[in-house]
Design a protein around this ligand. Sequence first.
Ligand code: FDA
Ligand code: NAD
Length: 428
Amino acid sequence: AEMGRAFVYVILGGGVAAGYAALEFSRKGISPGDLCIISEESVVPYERPALSKGFLLPEAPARLPSFHTCVGANDERLTPKWYREHGIELVLGTRVRSVDVRRKTLLTATGETISYKILIVATGARALKLEEFGVKGSEAENVCYLRNVADATRLVNVMQSCVGGNAVVIGGGYIGMECAASLVINKINVTVVFPEAHCMARLFTPKIAQYYEDYYKSKGVKFVKGTVLSSFETNSEGKVTAVTLRDGTRLPADMVVVGIGIRANTSLFDDQLTLEKGGIKVNGRLQTSNSSVYAVGDVAAFPVKIFNEIRRLEHVDSARKSARHAVAAIMEPNKTGDFDYLPFFYSRVFTLSWQFYGDNVGEAVHFGDFSDKTFGAYWVYKGQITGSFLEGCSKEEYEAIAKLTRLRPMVQDLDELAKQGLEFALKN
Ligand code: FDA
Ligand code: NAD
């Protein structure tokens, strides 16, 4: 193997968490040559959420370099020039093949050995493939997954060749729902297929889901629920022409978008670090079972203090904040306490926009006008508000439910809570 380079800090992965960690390192004061980022992607870190939203717009779509991190948090946009000026070494387009946490070295696919004193694992996650559920054919050129900018570029090309045609979206989660909206905006007829009784089943109540499904239907989207696909029909060129569902339905398709969940990229560490909940287990300092190795973002399973539980979250806010916290813990160990994070999820589709804070456990108490544009829900668990959801509101109103959820007030009368609705958060 080639002789290797040595760094004080290495970030493995070049996604959202890597970008926010780099900015935090520069602010805490690193020297040129201290930090290296190794990424399989060929571009510097960017705000991944753009890929299912602005990137897919038919008019004035978002393109790099406009959405490099950290613009998503209204912070500095880190271009390749920024990394150069800060003496941060970028090893892009390069997959790390193995890591030896005992010897503190990484081996890249190009055969280079890179050593570190401290490693931050920010490998994120990969999209699950239909093949993993026993369905063949998802390598066809008009079947799209969506995880990185290469996938998104391919999706745009396929979409542009299908205007006026039919798309089948597999999965009713975040990717499925956001891509379905983007496909509609691109004048493609959309059918969304998923196994659950309603969309966004991990988060939405049936009542919340109904609102969004009705809205999508008003835009022409069809839903086929409670079933999964069983096979693809392909033509002689290997293109998918239709999908067949387990319930026997056959849907003609000019293209297919698949969003059936993710797996955290832990495999380099499966035998070397403690894992939990499908991720790399860390403590409140984002430190793994090896004290020289930290893990952040989608790949990390960290203690969520307010729930007194280890969770692995798959959302951008948690990637940003866990990355910053890990760097603070590394650079200012005495000033940095345990990560105290309130889970925050959001989505934007068409002209709709919602935010969620906390945990969706216990009883859901809906409020507001579901026939209009603004409504929400609180989740009450063991007499306390533990989660809150809001659609169509202002920044101040979202901040109010965030604050309320962090306070976790006791509530006695759920009917009264429903009646007060958003007012309850605003007056607290
Ligand atoms: P991320 O996946 O961003 O980065 C991982 C990096 O590691 C990648 O660059 C990858 O190539 C690299 N890597 C992995 N293994 C490697 C190896 N062996 N060698 C080298 N490099 C390796 N969330 C949200 O809250 N709101 C939203 O609206 C959206 N929208 C959204 C849209 C789309 C299309 C996706 C795919 C995801 C979202 N998300 C989201 C989720 C959010 O983007 C996600 O939580 C963060 O990107 C996680 O950041 P990480 O840095 O942990 O992983
Ligand atoms: P997801 O977990 O949100 O949804 C997966 C969906 O796949 C489920 O809702 C279910 O309907 C469906 N499904 C599961 N097994 C299936 C099967 N065998 N056949 C057919 N359908 C099946 O995952 P996703 O939508 O793929 O999103 C991927 C990742 O990207 C997640 O981590 C998500 O958090 C992230 N993301 C987040 C946002 C956001 O926060 N706004 C937006 C896009 C993506």
